[in-house]
Write a protein that binds this ligand. Structure first.
Ligand SMILES: [Zn+2]
Length: 363
């Protein structure tokens, strides 16, 4: 089969390699759709983000390695020893990038979703910028025929959206605000709507994303390039601000992301006693006044892992059309040789008008 192999983070080559065989507890997938995550693009571009040192060590010790590719969907072509929940021909999507280690305190006490010790797909486990991949079954979820492989490849990032909504603990009918309407922000909006949120106010600075937010059912969409979102959202909530604000736009500017402006906005506008949820993998100091956080008695929350039944609920929402990532998938390339092009587009989403990462449709 063909697979992208890394000799350094800059030197990656599409090469012919042996077909994978499933180990115990694994299945082999024929990859049908795969997409780079924004973090993977930053890491490949040697940008400042978490985990780069670990990748450098992995390459130094084991090159060539099959890095990246943990957001994918495909079909099962071979089943390893002990696997009873998947069979040949099943259509599946990635739900997690890390299987549980089965040895740590979390795993042994039934909280596998909190385990951070298992190997990562696209790092210790060869990733899916390849025609086939052997993957642990804990990382996979079956998808019905009503969920396309393209939608399936978004399930792993939608996991973050589900985790964000769960930790926000939204009371039924509560007004919420979501700053940023990319794939994560619009995912949070749709899951929050299906989970009982009342009025949903969103903001973005990009015309494409503002239009998408309206299409997907936001009650009020603030164009933050024209209006001050803090003032506008306060006005819509009778001056007090919403109880729950999601910051789905922040990210370190040196990583080509939008900075922490929306995090500051979220802390400013959340109602006293409210909650700010921040789903991004951010690094560096947070630009907020601790006095402000203390005086407002607000909670700053970063989502963690979620149990399997919530993961099944993501697929259920997709299958029933209540969660629709299709409109956000607006850039695709065809064939495994186009992986570098997909990285370029995903690394420059604004320039290409991409909302979701650029997907690679494997032939
Ligand atoms: Zn563990």
């Amino acid at each position: 089969m063909k697979a992208w192999q890394f000799y350094t983070l800059e030197d990656w080559r599409l090469e012919e390699v042996p077909d994978p065989k499933p180990g115990p507890g694994e299945v082999v997938l024929r990859i049908r759709v795969v997409q780079p995550s924004v973090t993977e693009v930053i890491r490949r571009n040697l940008g400042p983000t978490t985990g780069v040192d670990k990748l450098a060590a992995l390459i130094r010790d084991k090159a060539p390695v099959r890095l990246f590719g943990h957001e994918y969907a495909g079909e099962v072509v071979a089943v390893g020893k002990g696997v009873t929940t998947f069979k040949q021909g099943d259509r599946v999507a990635a739900i997690r990038s890390r299987p549980p280690c089965r040895q740590c305190g979390f795993c042994l006490s039934g909280q596998e979703e909190m385990c951070h010790k298992g190997p990562l797909v696209g790092q210790e486990i060869p990733g899916c910028f390849a025609q086939y991949a052997a993957l642990p079954v804990e990382c996979l979820m079956k998808i019905p025929d009503s969920v396309s492989f393209q939608e399936g490849a978004t399930v792993q990032p939608l996991h973050t959206c589900m985790a964000s909504v769960i930790c926000a603990n939204i009371p039924i009918g509560e007004t919420i605000a979501i700053l940023g309407q990319g794939i994560i922000g619009t995912g949070i909006m749709q899951i929050a709507r299906a989970s009982g949120a009342g009025t949903i106010i969103t903001s973005d600075i990009r015309d494409t994303n503002i239009k998408l937010s309206k299409q997907l059912g936001a009650d009020h969409v603030i164009n933050a390039s024209k209006d001050d979102p803090v003032a506008a959202i306060r006005k819509l909530t009778g001056g007090t601000g919403p109880t729950i604000v999601f910051d789905a736009a922040s990210g370190s500017p040196e990583q080509g992301l939008s900075g922490f402006e929306t995090f500051k906005q979220a802390v400013d506008l959340v109602r006293d006693g409210g909650r700010v949820v921040q789903p991004a993998l951010v690094s560096g100091p947070l630009p907020v006044e601790t006095t402000q956080v203390r005086m407002k008695s607000i909670q700053l929350i970063w989502p963690g892992g979620i149990p399997r039944h919530y993961e099944e609920h993501i697929v259920h929402l997709l299958a029933t059309g209540r969660l629709n990532p299709k409109l956000a998938i607006n850039k695709t390339v065809q064939g495994i040789d186009k992986v570098p092009e997909a990285f370029t587009i995903t690394g420059n989403k604004a320039a290409y008008g991409a909302i979701n990462p650029c997907q690679i449709i494997m032939s």
